[in-house]
Ligand binder design. Structure first.
Ligand code: UD1
Length: 365
């Protein structure tokens, strides 16, 4: 059985890691890893391969950045050649980035079956590029591996037949559970001059937040107020750094001495910092899930989430981008009113095992 695994952007890497590792347990599985090159900086890509023991990609497409159409088209053109050459039995795509969509479409057109890991997530906000990627990828996939019962329901509501849907848990949780002890040994907060449980960790990179100068300025106002109460550590995404320069926000940031901007961090260091944070402010999807597993309060700076289970069962609260609300909810948590939560069903570190066993049984039994 030949499985072709696809990665492209940073959040794909902590998802593919446990799948690649599990596939290695089966001598009759031959796997090929393709990196589209959507993310290419060492801090957005290579560091995760090194830390998570992911083998170097067999094939690199080197597509780089561009508009959505450019990037998607470049992946499709290059990936079509790979598929014709490799003739895999199945293509495994993870998450919801442009590379996920591009490879799913290309495979489906060549009648190569597609397995989508993290299927069924929906924000119901089509202005989010990832939402389009999720809908199209799910519509074309033959195996839809869902992280929650809510995701299963979304797929059923869209008419996906039950025999294609598998509720397996979340592969990101597999990675988190495996690497948690190693991350904790790093003692990362002290490297940044921070006390455990004495800081807020921030990530911000959604186009809806950082590509709009007014929205971004409002969030910076909220952060300026929050850093007076608790220091903020902000590993900034390249998109965000670019916008800070473009909008001339450097002076605003300089006026907030306890808002510390640093370069993007590796998986282990970031996990350690998340674990010991008093609070996490984010617009990322994966971080909402990770903080739920860690039991760390999370405020999501977006109007919606594709991971509602992190709100109904976990420690996440979706607060939007109104600066007053962000500050109020932060103060509530700092006053010890953090939402307590539980770990969602099947988020037990064994999602990859379930997924590969299903695929193996189909092709090799
Ligand atoms: C992409 C994903 C998003 C994910 C995020 C995680 C899509 C539509 N979006 O968004 O879902 O949450 O990755 O990081 O696929 N850049 C660099 N170096 C890199 C990569 C990007 O400098 O290694 C800069 C470039 O200026 C680029 C910009 O970041 O134009 C945006 O990169 P892109 O991959 O288009 O989208 P992300 O914002 O990273």
């Amino acid at each position: 059985m030949h499985i072709l695994n696809v990665v492209g952007a940073r959040p794909n890497l902590m998802k593919i890691g446990p799948l690649v590792e599990e596939m290695r347990c089966f001598p009759d599985i031959h796997q090929t890893l393709v990196h589209t090159g959507q993310h290419y900086d060492a801090k957005m890509s290579r560091i995760f391969f090194d830390e998570l023991g992911i083998p170097q990609p067999d094939i690199c497409l080197g597509v780089g950045s561009g508009s959505h159409a450019e990037q998607t088209a470049r992946v499709m053109l290059a990936f079509e050649k790979v598929l014709l050459e490799e003739q895999p039995d199945v293509v495994v795509v993870v998450g919801d980035v442009n590379s996920t969509l591009a490879c799913a479409v290309t495979a489906a057109k060549l009648w190569v079956p597609v397995a989508h890991v993290e299927a069924g997530l929906r924000s119901f906000d089509r202005k989010m590029p990832e939402e389009i990627n999720r809908i199209v990828t799910d519509a074309l996939s033959d195996w839809l591996f869902a992280t929650s019962r809510g995701a299963v329901e979304h797929l059923r509501n869209e008419g996906v037949p039950d025999e294609k849907i598998f509720f397996v848990g979340d592969v990101m949780v597999d990675t988190l559970m495996k690497y948690r002890p190693r991350a904790e040994a790093l003692r990362s907060p002290s490297k940044f001059g921070l006390e455990p449980k004495g800081y807020t960790l921030l990530t911000l990179h959604r186009p809806s937040n950082v590509d709009d100068a007014d929205v971004f300025a409002g969030i910076l106002d909220a952060l300026a107020a929050i850093q007076c109460d608790v220091p903020i550590l902000f590993p900034a995404h390249p998109r965000t750094v670019k916008r800070i320069q473009e909008f001339g926000f450097q002076e605003r940031l300089a006026a907030s001495p306890d808002l510390h901007i640093v370069e993007p961090l590796g998986y282990l260091e970031f996990l350690d910092l998340m674990m010991h944070a008093r609070l996490v402010l984010t617009d990322s999807g994966g971080i909402q899930g990770e903080t739920t597993v860690l039991g760390v309060p999370c405020l999501t700076l977006r109007e919606n989430t594709e991971r509602p289970v992190t709100v109904t069962e976990g420690t996440n609260l979706v607060v939007g981008t109104d600066p007053i609300r962000i500050v109020e909810e932060t103060q509530r948590i700092l006053a010890d009113n953090a939402p307590s939560g539980r770990i969602p069903e099947l988020w037990d570190g064994r999602a990859a095992e379930r997924i590969i066993s299903i695929l193996h049984q189909h092709f090799c039994a």
